[in-house]
Design a protein around this ligand. Structure first.
Ligand SMILES: C[S@@+](CC[C@H](N)C(=O)[O-])C[C@H]1O[C@@H](n2cnc3c(N)ncnc32)[C@H](O)[C@@H]1O
Length: 431
């Protein structure tokens, strides 16, 4: 396919996403299935166009004075990809499968000849209704943080220390451009490539099949490190989902002690069995909510880890379609879920034990305000400083920029080069 046809395909997929409210990945997969002639380079280019258009939708729509799929796709190509108006115009003229040629108004808009006063939320590519929350989280840095959440994310890997060391994995992945990650001692990073760039499919690597590494954003790796799950401890991963954090906690424990993996949704838990096996994690009991209870664990855990259900505002780089689907109602529903989860999970912490609460959200309502709410409701719990643990465990790394009064931390793409991630810690009073 030529670029003209790829642009037309991206517009078609974006229309499908918007008109039928379909997740971007699903719409792209369906397009691929019904256009078998498209090669892997075409699919990558179309996927990149769709995702970049969604990442930058508000700023591009303001620039084009239109949020239609055509406007934001053409602007992605000319502006975000820096191809320029001439190359775009050529792409539209030289391919009979291309969308219609540029109008005069579109050319003027792309040339930026309009004296455009863009709102802060548009510049930041954050939904307008959510802007006050962003400002509450980041003050003067809100635009910078929004812009960073509108960029492409790197591929981050965590060395599975149950089976390999980082040097060995790096050597095996040298052809992918993999380098040591900035903060996590077990982390490896493959930086995002611009434009048509394709990320390596690391799951096809032999090292992945052998369980030497996992795909995991650096912020998630750091959250697991800060929880300090230790050999011999009793640990409950209360929202284990597909087991990403469970595996990291098991590696911290070096397979010693007992780790329980639970999730209210047994379907989400399903992939965990195969992953545990591949990673060589042997100290884990998976507690299926349909067939077991957690009653025997009440008041017994040294550590309860809560990777809470959240709005995912911290992972907009990876799921930009979720940014525009989020509503005030769904935010309120997640806040309620989180309170439910915090309250339920806390029952399993033993006196003197600790509880770690993390979200992949940057919004104060899901983070600092939830900690405050929980502490108000549960006088037998105190907050424990995460930044103190950071200083102890990661002494040579720069400190996170966003630290609350109680010492909770917020990691972000702009400040730490990671996904947006919040980490809080509590301790239950000893009798
Ligand atoms: C952020 S995801 C977990 C991701 C997972 N820890 C990982 O690292 O791959 C949040 C999980 O919380 C689960 N969840 C939601 N409400 C819950 C509840 N009341 N009790 C336990 N788990 C719940 C969801 O099913 C979802 O899998």
């Amino acid at each position: 396919m030529k670029d003209g046809g790829r642009l037309a395909a991206a517009i078609e997929v974006l229309t499908e996403i918007e008109s039928r409210h379909r997740p971007a990945q699903v719409a792209l997969k369906d397009w691929g299935n019904s256009h078998r002639f498209a090669g892997s380079g075409d699919r990558t280019a179309i996927g990149n166009l769709v995702f970049d258009a969604l990442r930058n939708r508000a700023s591009l729509a303001a620039r084009m004075a239109s949020d239609l799929p055509r406007a934001i796709t053409l602007a992605t190509y000319a502006i975000t990809w820096q191809k320029g108006i001439e190359a775009l115009s050529d792409a539209l003229v030289q391919d009979r499968h291309a969308p219609e040629e540029l109008t005069e108004e579109e050319i003027a808009r792309l040339e930026d000849s309009f004296d455009l006063e863009m709102s802060a939320s548009d510049r930041a590519d954050v939904p307008e209704w959510l802007w006050p929350e962003f400002v509450a989280a980041f003050n003067d840095s809100a635009v910078e943080e929004g812009r960073a959440l509108a960029t492409r994310a790197p591929v981050d890997l965590r060395t599975n220390t149950l089976k390999a060391d980082r040097e060995k994995v790096l050597k095996r992945l040298s052809h992918t451009g993999a380098v040591v990650a900035g903060i996590s001692p077990e982390g490896i990073r493959i930086e995002a490539k611009p434009g048509l760039g394709r990320m390596p499919h690391v799951q096809a690597e032999e090292g992945y099949r052998k369980g030497w590494f996992e795909l995991q954003d650096e912020a998630s790796q750091l959250a697991a490190i800060l929880a300090q799950a230790s050999q011999g401890e009793q640990v409950l991963d209360y929202c284990a989902g597909g087991g990403g954090k469970t595996l990291a906690l098991a590696a911290s424990m070096q397979n010693r002690g007992q780790l329980y993996a639970y999730d209210a949704d047994r379907l989400r838990l399903a992939p965990i069995h195969e992953r545990l096996q591949r990673a060589g994690a042997r100290n884990i009991q998976v507690r299926d909510p349909a067939s077991t209870t957690l009653a025997d664990l009440e008041g017994q855990m040294d550590l309860v880890f809560i990777d809470a259900p959240c709005t995912g505002t911290g992972v907009w780089r990876r799921r930009p379609d979720s940014k525009w689907r989020l509503t005030d109602k769904s935010l309120a529903a997640r806040v309620e879920d989180q309170q439910h989860v915090l309250q339920n999970a806390s029952r399993y912490v033993k006196p003197g034990g600790r509880m770690v609460y993390v979200t992949c959200s940057v919004l104060p309502r899901e983070n600092q305000e939830q900690v405050k709410w929980f502490l108000g409701e549960n006088r037998d719990f105190e907050s424990r400083s995460v930044i103190d643990s950071w200083n102890k465990l990661l002494p040579s790394r720069p400190q996170p920029k966003y630290v609350s009064e109680r010492g909770e931390i917020l990691l972000t793409p702009a400040s730490t080069g990671t996904d947006g991630f919040f980490v809080a810690m509590f301790e239950r009073a000893a009798p």
